[in-house]
Write a protein of this length. Structure first.
Length: 421
C-alpha cells in the first residue's frame, strides 16, 4: 500500500499564469527588438553610411550585443538581491523595458551615426536589465519536468515575433521611425499584461547578507570556472555555436543584394518570403526539439546534431547559385536554431551552480555566451569576407562556411560535460 502511495505522488504542478506571463513578455520584447535587428539597422546604415555600411552595421550590432554581455551579470546579481514588495524580477523588467522602448524611439529619430550608436546604447542597457530578470522567470517558477516545453514555447514566441517583424517591417522600408519604433506598443502591452499575471518571488531582506554596492557589483562577475566545469563547458559550447550563427545571420540583406544580385524592387518581397519560410521551419524545429529533448534526454548529442544542421544550412547558402537555393539553406538554418533552443536551454538550467538564490546571476552569464560572439562576429566578419574575396569562392561564401565550421566546434565542445547527459 505504501508503494502505491509513493507511486501516486503528484508531480509538481505548472503555473499557467507563469507560463503565459513568460510567453507574453518574450513575444512583446522580441517583436519590438527584432525589427531593428533584422531590417531597420541594415537599411539605416545603408542610408547613413553607404560607402562603409558593413563596418557600420558590424559596430552597431556589436554595441547591442556588448551591452547585454557586460551588464547582464551585474543586473542578474542585483535582481537576485532585490527585496522590493513588487517582487524580485518585476522591478528590473519594468525599468529595463521602459529604457529599451526609449532606445527604440531614439533610434527611429536618429539621423547620424553618433545618434544611432547613442540610441543603441540606451536600448542595450534597457534590454540587459530586462533580460537579466526575465531569464530567471523560468528556473524560478517552472518545475524541471516542464522546462523543456516552456523553453520550446518561448522559442516559438520568438519565431512568431521575428515573423511579424519580417512581414511588417518591409512594408515600411522607407519609414525609419516605424521600422525602429513600430514595435514599442506591443512591447508595452506585453510588459503590462505579463507583469499583472506573474506571481513573482519575494525575497525577505533578512535572507540577503549585507554588503556594499561595490561588492555586489564585483560579485556579479565573480565566477571560478573550475568550481563548475559542466557550467563552463556548456558556456563555451554556446559561445562557439552563437558565433557561427552571428557570422550567418547579420548580412542576409547584403548577401541577397551584393552576392545574388537581388534588385531593390525585389528585396522587400524576398525578405517577407524568407521570414515566412523561417517562421515555418523555426516552429517545426522548436516543436521537434522540444519533443526530442523530453524523450532522448541526451541533450549533448542533440546540441551536436543542431550544430551539424547549422553547418549544412550555411554550406547550402555559401554555394547557392540562386535565391530559391538560398531559401533552402536559410530554412535549414532556422530549423536548426529552433531545434537548438529548447535542447540547449534545458541543458543550461541543468548545470546552473549556486542554487535558487543565484538563478538570475548565472542565467545572465549566458548573455555573455550570446552577447560576446554577437559582438565579435559582425566585427570579424568584414575581415573574413576580405580574405574570402581573395579566393575563388568570394567573400560571402567563405563567411558562411566559416560560420558552419565554428558551429560544429561548439557542438563538439559540449561533449566535455560530464554531470548531465
Amino acid at each position: 500500500m505504501a508503494t502505491d502511495v509513493a507511486d501516486e505522488t503528484p508531480v509538481e504542478k505548472v503555473s499557467k499564469r507563469a507560463v503565459v506571463a513568460i510567453l507574453i513578455t518574450i513575444f512583446g520584447s522580441t517583436a519590438a527588438a527584432m525589427m531593428p535587428a533584422l531590417i531597420a539597422l541594415p537599411i539605416i546604415m545603408a542610408r547613413i553610411a553607404p560607402d562603409n555600411k558593413e563596418t557600420a552595421l558590424g559596430i552597431a550590432t556589436g554595441i547591442s550585443a556588448f551591452g547585454g554581455m557586460i551588464l547582464g551579470p551585474l543586473f542578474g546579481a542585483l535582481s537576485d538581491r532585490t527585496t522590493s514588495r513588487f517582487g524580485m524580477r518585476r522591478p528590473g523588467m519594468v525599468i529595463g523595458g521602459l529604457l529599451a522602448m526609449l532606445g527604440l524611439v531614439l533610434l527611429g529619430l536618429a539621423d547620424s551615426l553618433p545618434a544611432v550608436f547613442a540610441a543603441l546604447v540606451v536600448l542595450a542597457v534597457g534590454q540587459a536589465l530586462y533580460g537579466a530578470s526575465h531569464a530567471a522567470m523560468t528556473p524560478d517558477t517552472i518545475p524541471e519536468h516542464a522546462r523543456g516545453r516552456v523553453v520550446g514555447f518561448a522559442s516559438m514566441m520568438g519565431v512568431l515575433a521575428a515573423l511579424l517583424a519580417g512581414i511588417v517591417g518591409p512594408q515600411f522600408i522607407d519609414n525609419q521611425f516605424v521600422l525602429a519604433a513600430g514595435g514599442v506598443p506591443l512591447y508595452l502591452l506585453g510588459l503590462v499584461v505579463g507583469m499583472a499575471l506573474y506571481r513573482d518571488r519575494r525575497l525577505d531582506p533578512a535572507q540577503v547578507p549585507p554588503q556594499s554596492l561595490l561588492r555586489t557589483v564585483v560579485g556579479g562577475y565573480r565566477f571560478n570556472p573550475k568550481s563548475a566545469p559542466d557550467f563552463s563547458w556548456v558556456w563555451i559550447s554556446r559561445f562557439f555555436i552563437t558565433l557561427g550563427i552571428a557570422f550567418t545571420g547579420v548580412f542576409t540583406i547584403y548577401l541577397l543584394t551584393d552576392h545574388l544580385k537581388v534588385s531593390p524592387q525585389e528585396l522587400p518581397s524576398l525578405i517577407s518570403i524568407n521570414s515566412v519560410l523561417g517562421m515555418a521551419s523555426g516552429l517545426v524545429g522548436t516543436v521537434v526539439g522540444s519533443f526530442v529533448t523530453d524523450k532522448v534526454r541526451s541533450r549533448k548529442r542533440l546540441v551536436l546534431v543542431a550544430a551539424l544542421m547549422l553547418a549544412a544550412g550555411s554550406a547550402i547558402i555559401a554555394f547557392a547559385p540562386s535565391v530559391p537555393v538560398f531559401f533552402v539553406g536559410s530554412a535549414l538554418l532556422t530549423f536548426a536554431n529552433g531545434f537548438l533552443i529548447p535542447t540547449d536551454g534545458v541543458l543550461v538550467m541543468g548545470v546552473l551552480p549556486g542554487g535558487d538564490g543565484a538563478n538570475a546571476k548565472y542565467m545572465s552569464f549566458f548573455t555573455i555566451a550570446d552577447g560576446l560572439p554577437r559582438s565579435l562576429g559582425p566585427m570579424i566578419a568584414p575581415a573574413v569576407m576580405t580574405l574570402g574575396g581573395m579566393t575563388a569562392l568570394g567573400g560571402y561564401p567563405v563567411l558562411y562556411l566559416a560560420g558552419g565550421i565554428v558551429a560544429i566546434a561548439g557542438g563538439l565542445l559540449v561533449r566535455r560535460v560530464r554531470g548531465v547527459r
